[in-house]
Design a protein around this ligand. Structure first.
Ligand SMILES: [Zn+2]
Length: 236
């Protein structure tokens, strides 16, 4: 009886497609994770800029409160001026007031510098927000595409798997057993065509006698080198 290699070839074809799809499906979670990370990274930049602005505003309030304290101090010194009895005391108190005024001047300069920084930060936040929104849009679309592809490929895999299941009963069980064990040993490719006089998968030369046996298709012949099931495939 002639061996029906077509069934095994079909099985091999289905198994290869199923394996490709499985690998793709396995890669989906990391693809989604990478997309989510890009979105959250861009949101993080906005959050950090807002944080810096909050710190800047707090520093400004602290500086303004310092200025208030110093002004109260000056008011107190001025009041004390009325009660000073000696010239020396008067001069030294004036010197105190002058020092505090100098300090207020320095604080006010610092406040202005913080205000300028705040302007820059606000512009930075706006830019970062715009960019984050663009990134979110782009990558949410990409995520949708990936999820759509996942669904399609999942359906395709189900279809191929059911084709495979309906094919198996037609394959003699000894051939099926052999196919399975070689499939596992030979990285998912149990069959190898022979067109001229080479094993396609490992490129070893096939002896003329074996070639004749392959053409006769009466028995299963394994490649002496790679162990795969050989089948004769005439040149097209
Ligand atoms: Zn081989």
């Amino acid at each position: 009886m002639e061996i029906n290699f077509e069934l095994l070839i079909n099985l091999q074809g289905l198994d290869e497609k199923i394996e490709d799809i499985s690998q793709f499906l396995d890669s989906i979670p990391s693809q989604i994770q990478a997309i989510d990370k890009k979105i959250s990274d861009s949101a993080q930049i906005v959050a950090e800029a807002k944080d810096t602005l909050t710190q800047n505003q707090k520093k400004r309030r602290d500086l303004e409160s310092d200025v208030q304290d110093q002004k109260i101090l000056i008011a107190r010194y001025r009041k004390q001026l009325n009660d000073v009895k000696t010239n020396k005391g008067y001069t030294s108190l004036l010197k105190e007031i002058e020092d505090v005024e100098t300090e207020i001047g320095a604080l006010e300069e610092e406040i202005i510098s913080e205000m300028l920084t705040a302007d820059d930060l606000e512009a930075e936040i706006k830019t970062a927000e715009k960019k984050a929104a663009e990134i979110r849009d782009t990558f949410l679309k990409e995520k949708d595409l990936v999820l759509k592809k996942e669904k399609e490929q999942g359906q395709e895999k189900e279809q191929l798997t059911s084709e495979r299941e309906s094919l198996i009963p037609a394959i003699p069980s000894d051939q099926m057993g052999l196919y399975k064990s070689i499939f596992l040993q030979a990285n998912g490719t149990a069959l190898s065509p022979v067109t001229d006089d080479f094993c396609f998968m490992c490129q070893i030369r096939i002896r003329p006698q074996v070639l004749n046996e392959l053409i006769a298709r009466k028995e299963i012949i394994l490649c002496e080198n790679c162990g795969r099931i050989l089948y004769w495939q005439p040149k097209k």
